[in-house]
Ligand binder design. Structure first.
Ligand code: GLY
Length: 313
């Protein structure tokens, strides 16, 4: 198979940050380094309220982050979930992949690991994410008073967490997907998120679950998801999209079929995917909106916006 020119792609919130990964690739670096470099910039962007610093907090007002990274050459992978106070969860996930015999660490254990690897603890709340939390509390001010039963238990079980979930729009479930192929034709895919806005503490979405929110394999390509993570988990969506490619579908057909599978669940919330094959074809798709993704290769001067497909319910 002819070699593909190294390139990197990302979801709509990654466009202005792909240059970091493209630079790694044009200097002959690996797809893993490229994906990590661009994802870190998204994580550090306080304006992105669905990833890293400034992510919308959970039900108790704490930012809780999830991430995963996968190496398509070895099928090694690392993931972290429900991490508080560490911004670069993509790098912690990479350390899990490279330094431990594990695939996933969550909560206190992931934070202990981050600390022991030298990551710096920091407050992830910004003025804006605090304000978003306050306005959420105000809107739901008819919550039971503390003392009756922990309000968040009442809220989860008796009040409308399910209803809230059904009202969530794309804005409340962001996430970044970035994937790249390097000069050795090695593929890497990475996902980082603060998860669903005001989620129940400890809730994991698809992003840290390999096969659900993220998957790559040099033999076929890569696929990753954003949107209501529970739906992607139920369908092992990223791996399923790759399996469609493995079984002969084009990237476009595989993405479309993945979104149709989501629609067949008959649930609200919306799902999006980003995918590439190992020949250089890229695509994104969504069940809830017109969709685009960003592309840069080693000769690009700027990120190019590429149109995806909309597969409405
Ligand atoms: N897709 C991100 C999440 O559900 O957490």
């Amino acid at each position: 198979m002819a070699k593909v020119k190294p390139f990197i792609i990302g979801t709509r919130n990654a466009g202005e940050f792909l240059h970091a990964g493209a630079k790694v690739l044009s200097n002959g670096g690996s797809a893993i380094d490229a994906v990590e470099a661009s994802t870190k910039l998204v994580e550090a962007n306080p304006k992105d309220d669905s990833v890293g610093y400034g992510g919308v907090p959970n039900l108790l007002g704490k930012v809780e982050l999830d991430a995963s990274i996968m190496d398509g050459k070895t099928l090694k992978t690392g993931a972290v979930g429900a991490v508080k106070s560490y911004m670069h969860v993509i790098s912690i996930a990479r350390m899990v992949m490279e330094k431990t015999p594990h695939v996933m660490l969550v909560g206190n254990g992931a934070e202990l690991f981050a600390k022991s690897m030298g990551f710096k603890k920091q407050n992830l709340l910004t003025k804006e994410s605090k304000a978003a939390y306050q306005s959420f509390l105000t809107k739901y001010a008819n919550l039971p008073k503390e003392g009756e039963k922990p309000w968040y238990v009442n809220y989860d079980v008796d009040f409308g967490l399910r209803g809230w979930y059904d009202k969530l729009t794309d804005k409340q479930h962001g996430t970044v997907n970035i994937m790249a192929i390097d000069k050795n034709s090695d593929i890497c895919s990475g996902v980082s998120t603060s998860g669903t806005a005001f989620k129940f503490p400890g809730r994991l979405g698809d992003s840290p679950i390999i096969g659900a929110g993220n998957y790559c394999d040099n033999r076929f390509g890569a696929a990753a998801c954003t949107g209501r993570g529970e739906l992607a988990i139920r369908l092992s969506l990223a791996r399923t999209i790759l399996s469609y490619m493995e079984n002969g579908m084009t990237v476009r057909e595989a993405c479309a079929r993945g979104m149709k599978d989501i629609n067949e669940l008959g649930e609200k919330g919306g799902m999006n995917c980003l995918a590439m094959d190992n020949k250089g074809n890229t695509m994104s798709a969504s069940t809830s909106r017109e969709n685009t993704h960003w592309y840069m290769d080693v000769d690009s001067k700027a990120a190019e916006q590429r149109k995806g497909i909309y597969i409405p319910e």
